[in-house]
Write a protein that binds this ligand. Structure first.
Ligand code: TIU
Length: 219
């Protein structure tokens, strides 16, 4: 067993039943020319999460933790993209062509994970059409089959895909630790408040820690 220093209180976990989940570290969100920038955001804010997540990923791999990556995106014919997601306020970005290929479309350069955090053989990659990583995916099945109980969560953006995934996971009975410096938002105030929301009320849907405390916990 191990224990991670966290808020609102330290969490005991078994590395054998713990997975590192890295959410949507895709070019379309963290680099200019993709979905994030099309939505009017400064994508450079998300890059702060890359280096701490690299350290966490290296430690998790060395310790033999299950590592799971997710990607938000759609089939090339967009048949899995709800009309309500495709067109917002009369604007359509998903499926249009930009400098990194068709935005949020599977198989395109922009849809793929940045090289710094690229999956290696044996690490499941979950392609998801929504914000949550459990919706319309086989993530729950993969976690159940491996007896996973605890999720250590990194990725972007905190208030959208990370929050949605952690809320989904919490409802399915997983204990989730979000690493504060390994998640990022386009909005600094959402980064601060998004972390507060997780750990308020005695940890209403999770715990908050950071890269250094995760690395120390693994030993
Ligand atoms: N726009 C935004 O903040 N996020 C997303 O659209 N997807 C994810 O968070 N991955």
């Amino acid at each position: 067993m191990a224990s991670i220093k966290a808020e609102p209180f330290d969490l005991d976990f078994d590395p054998k039943t713990t997975a590192l989940v890295i959410i949507d570290m895709q070019r379309d969100f963290v680099l200019p020319g993709g979905f994030g920038e099309k939505l009017g955001n400064d994508t450079s804010l998300l890059l702060a999460a890359v280096e701490p997540t690299q350290r966490v990923l290296a430690k998790a791999r060395a310790a033999g933790l299950l590592v799971i990556h997710t990607r938000e995106g759609h089939r090339p014919d967009l048949s899995d993209c709800p009309p309500a997601k495709l067109t917002r306020g009369g604007q359509t970005f998903i499926g249009t062509t930009g400098p990194m290929g068709r935005i949020l479309v599977r198989g395109e350069p922009g849809h793929d994970i940045i090289h710094q955090l690229y999956p290696v053989a044996g690490e499941p990659v979950i392609d998801k059409p929504g914000k949550g990583s459990f919706h319309a995916t086989d993530l729950h099945q993969i976690l159940l089959d491996r007896g996973i109980r605890t999720l250590v969560v990194c990725g972007v953006t905190l208030e959208v895909c990370v929050h949605t995934t952690v809320r989904e996971a919490n409802d399915r009975g997983y204990e989730c630790v979000v690493l504060a410096d390994c998640v990022a938002s386009y909005f600094p105030e959402f980064q601060r408040i998004g972390l507060e929301m997780i750990k308020a009320q005695g940890g209403i849907f999770g715990w908050v820690s950071d890269a250094d405390r995760f690395i120390a916990a693994i030993g």
